[in-house]
Design a protein around this ligand. Structure first.
Ligand SMILES: *[C@@H]1O[C@H](CO)[C@@H](O)[C@H](O)[C@H]1NC(C)=O
Ligand SMILES: *[C@@H]1O[C@H](CO)[C@@H](O)[C@H](O)[C@H]1NC(C)=O
Ligand SMILES: *[C@@H]1O[C@H](CO)[C@@H](O)[C@H](O)[C@H]1NC(C)=O
Ligand SMILES: *[C@@H]1O[C@H](CO)[C@@H](O)[C@H](O)[C@H]1NC(C)=O
Ligand SMILES: *[C@@H]1O[C@H](CO)[C@@H](O)[C@H](O)[C@H]1NC(C)=O
Ligand SMILES: *[C@@H]1O[C@H](CO)[C@@H](O)[C@H](O)[C@H]1NC(C)=O
Ligand SMILES: *[C@@H]1O[C@H](CO)[C@@H](O)[C@H](O)[C@H]1NC(C)=O
Ligand SMILES: *[C@@H]1O[C@H](CO)[C@@H](O)[C@H](O)[C@H]1NC(C)=O
Ligand SMILES: *[C@@H]1O[C@H](CO)[C@@H](O)[C@H](O)[C@H]1NC(C)=O
Ligand SMILES: *[C@@H]1O[C@H](CO)[C@@H](O)[C@H](O)[C@H]1NC(C)=O
Ligand SMILES: *[C@@H]1O[C@H](CO)[C@@H](O)[C@H](O)[C@H]1NC(C)=O
Ligand SMILES: *[C@@H]1O[C@H](CO)[C@@H](O)[C@H](O)[C@H]1NC(C)=O
Length: 426
C-alpha cells in the first residue's frame, strides 16, 4: 500500500440510533487522509462500568454510556511507521482511544486507553479524588488481514481494577486500501457459530479481578449462560409475613439478538402490597430493573377459590437519572393457578412472555401471595412440568396408538370379509 500522510481532514459521524435497552449510542468514525480518501473506519457501541471511592470512603458503581455528543480530535490514519489511532472525547473531560499497528499482511489493535474524569459531578457527585484517571489495556484483537473488515457483534470486555469496558456491535477497518471498506469480514471468536451467546455484565456485579491498571486483556472465551441464583423475597403486613416468594429470575431481552440477564438476588430488594384479593410483589434489582408480579383471587362461585398470576410489568430505568427507558406489561396472564390457602411450586424453568421483545424465565419458583401463616409456605401445588406423572404421557400415547392399530386391523379384516362375500354373491 502506498503510504499516505494523514491529515486533520477527518470526519466523524454520530449515529443517534440508540439501542433502547442499553441506552448507548453507536459511534461511527470515518477518518480521511489528505486526498479525502477514507483510511480508517469504525462503528461500534461501548459502555463503561466504573467503581470509585466516595467521600465517605465506601465504593460506588456507575455506568458511563457514550453520549450522543462525541468529538474525535487526534484520530489519525497511520502508515507503515506510525500507528493508526481512533480517539474520542466526550462528556466532562472523558476520553478513549485505541491505536492500531500494521505489518506486511495484517493490522492489529495495540492499546486501549480510557481516561475518566471524576471531576464530572453528574457522574461522580461524591468522589473522594477529583481529576482524570487513566486506564491502559492491551487490546486482545487477533491480527486481521489487511483489506479485511473486523466484525464482532457479540460483547467483549476489558476488565481492570476499577473499570470494565464493554464493546459490542463492532465494525472496524484500519489502513483501508483505496478508500473502500472491504466486503471481506474477519469475525471475532465470540461470533463464530460454535460459541455460546455472551451476557452483558451487570453493573451490580463489577468484577475487580486484576490489581494492576495495565493488565493483560482477558481472552475472549465466551461463558455459557448460567441459570440465575435463587432469591428469597417476602412482604410484611404489620409485623406479619403476608407474601412469600422463592425464585430465580432471568430476563430474555431480544433487541437484535437475545440477551439473557440474570437478576442477582443479593442486590435485589422487594416491596409491594398484600390484600385479600390482590397482591403485588415488586422487585428492584438495584441496577435499574423493576419487575412487578400481580396476583389475584379468581372471582368464581367454587367453594374453594383459586388465585393466579395476572400481570407482570417490567420497567428499565436509566441508571444515572432514574428516567424510564422502557416499560413492558402483560396484564392478561392466567398462570400459576392454585387453590387459595396453598402455595404454587415449579422448580423447572418456565417462561413468561411479556411481549415479543421481552421474556422472563423463572427457576425454582415457590410462591404464596395470599393467606401466609406463621411466615411459612402452606402445602404446595406443583406445576405439571415438575410432576412425576410426566412419564405417563408416552405410556398413555403408546397405549392409545396400540389400540388404534388393533382397531384398524380389525376393521380391515371385517372389511375384507364383507367385500369377499360381496364378490361371491355376484
Ligand atoms: C507516516 O506518517 C508520519 C506522520 O504523518 C510521517 O511523518 C511519516 O513520514 C509517514 N511515514 C511514511 C513511511 O510515509
Ligand atoms: C447492532 O447494530 C445493528 C445494525 O448496525 C443495529 O440494528 C442493532 O440494534 C445493534 N445492536 C445492538 C444490541 O445495539
Ligand atoms: C471531501 O469529500 C467530501 C464529499 O465526499 C466533500 O464534501 C469535501 O469537500 C471534500 N473535502 C476535500 C478537502 O476535498
Ligand atoms: C457537544 O460538546 C461540546 C463540547 O463538549 C459542546 O460545546 C457542545 O455544545 C455540545 N453539543 C451538544 C449538541 O450538546
Ligand atoms: C499505542 O498506545 C499506547 C498507549 O498510549 C502506547 O504505549 C503505544 O506505544 C502505542 N503504540 C504505538 C505503536 O504507537
Ligand atoms: C515483511 O516483508 C519483508 C519483505 O518481504 C520481510 O523481510 C519481513 O520479514 C516481513 N515482516 C513481517 C513482520 O512479516
Ligand atoms: C476539578 O474541578 C474544580 C472546580 O470545578 C477545579 O477547581 C479543579 O481544578 C478541577 N480538578 C481537576 C484535576 O481537573
Ligand atoms: C487498489 O487499487 C490499485 C490500483 O487501482 C489496485 O492495483 C489494487 O488491487 C487495489 N487494492 C484493493 C485492495 O482493492
Ligand atoms: C458476581 O458474579 C459472580 C459470578 O457470576 C459471583 O460469584 C459473585 O458472587 C457476584 N458478585 C456479587 C456481588 O453478586
Ligand atoms: C459494586 O461492585 C462490587 C463488586 O465489584 C460490589 O461488591 C459492590 O457491592 C457494588 N456496589 C454497589 C453500590 O452496587
Ligand atoms: C407483632 O404483633 C403482635 C400482635 O399485634 C404483638 O404482640 C407483637 O409485639 C409484635 N411484635 C413486634 C416485634 O412488633
Ligand atoms: C380481609 O380479610 C380479613 C380476614 O378475613 C378481614 O378482616 C378484612 O376485613 C378483609 N379486608 C378487606 C378489605 O376485605
Amino acid at each position: 500500500m502506498e503510504p499516505r500522510s494523514p491529515s486533520p481532514a477527518c470526519l466523524l459521524l454520530l449515529l443517534l440510533g440508540a439501542s433502547g435497552f442499553f441506552q448507548s449510542y453507536a459511534v461511527e468514525v470515518e477518518v480521511k487522509d489528505a486526498s479525502n480518501t477514507t483510511c480508517l473506519y469504525a462503528k461500534w457501541m461501548m459502555k463503561f462500568l466504573i467503581r470509585y471511592e466516595t467521600n465517605s470512603s465506601d465504593y460506588k458503581n456507575i455506568t458511563l454510556d457514550l453520549p450522543s455528543n462525541v468529538t474525535h480530535d487526534g484520530s489519525v490514519c497511520g502508515n507503515d511507521t506510525q500507528a493508526a489511532l481512533v480517539a474520542l472525547q466526550f462528556g466532562e473531560g472523558h476520553s478513549w482511544s485505541n491505536n492500531f499497528t500494521k505489518n506486511n499482511e495484517t493490522y492489529q489493535g495495540d492499546f486501549v486507553t480510557f481516561t475518566y474524569n471524576t471531576n464530572d459531578t453528574a457522574l461522580f457527585p461524591d468522589a473522594k479524588r477529583k481529576g482524570p484517571i487513566t486506564v491502559v489495556v492491551k487490546d486482545n484483537m487477533l491480527p486481521v488481514h489487511l483489506n479485511n473488515v473486523y466484525v464482532c457483534h457479540n460483547a467483549d470486555s476489558f476488565e481492570t481494577e476499577n473499570v470494565v469496558q464493554i464493546f459490542w456491535n463492532v465494525t472496524l477497518q484500519a489502513f483501508v486500501q483505496n478508500g473502500t471498506i472491504s466486503k471481506k469480514e474477519s469475525r471475532c471468536r465470540a461470533d463464530t457459530p460454535t460459541s455460546a451467546p455472551t451476557v452483558l455484565p451487570t453493573i451490580a456485579n463489577v468484577t475487580t479481578a486484576s490489581t494492576s491498571t495495565l493488565s493483560p486483556a482477558p481472552t475472549a472465551t465466551p461463558k455459557p449462560v448460567e441459570n440465575p441464583d435463587t432469591g428469597n423475597y417476602s412482604l410484611k403486613s404489620g409485623n406479619k409475613t403476608c407474601l412469600l416468594a422463592t425464585v430465580g429470575l432471568q430476563l430474555n431481552v431480544s433487541k437484535d439478538k437475545p440477551v439473557l440477564i440474570n437478576i442477582n438476588p443479593k442486590t435485589t430488594s422487594a416491596d409491594g402490597t398484600c390484600g385479600n384479593t390482590t397482591a403485588t410483589l415488586r422487585l428492584n434489582d438495584g441496577n435499574s430493573t423493576l419487575i412487578a408480579f400481580t396476583f389475584v383471587v379468581k372471582n368464581t362461585s367454587v367453594s374453594v377459590p383459586k388465585f393466579y398470576l395476572k400481570e407482570v410489568n417490567v420497567t428499565l430505568l436509566n441508571h444515572l437519572n432514574g428516567s424510564v427507558i422502557s416499560n413492558a406489561d402483560n396484564n392478561n396472564f392466567s398462570k400459576w393457578d392454585t387453590f387459595l390457602g396453598s402455595s404454587y411450586m415449579c422448580r423447572k424453568e418456565q417462561t413468561l412472555e411479556i411481549n415479543e421483545n421481552l421474556q422472563i424465565h423463572t427457576f425454582n419458583l415457590w410462591i404464596q401471595p395470599f393467606l401466609v401463616k406463621e411466615n411459612k409456605f402452606s402445602t404446595a401445588e406443583e406445576c405439571f412440568a415438575d410432576s412425576d406423572l410426566n412419564f405417563l404421557i408416552p405410556i398413555t400415547v403408546g397405549m392409545a396408538l396400540g389400540f388404534l392399530i388393533i382397531l384398524v386391523f380389525i376393521s380391515y379384516i371385517i372389511g375384507r370379509r364383507k367385500s369377499r362375500t360381496g364378490y361371491q354373491s355376484v
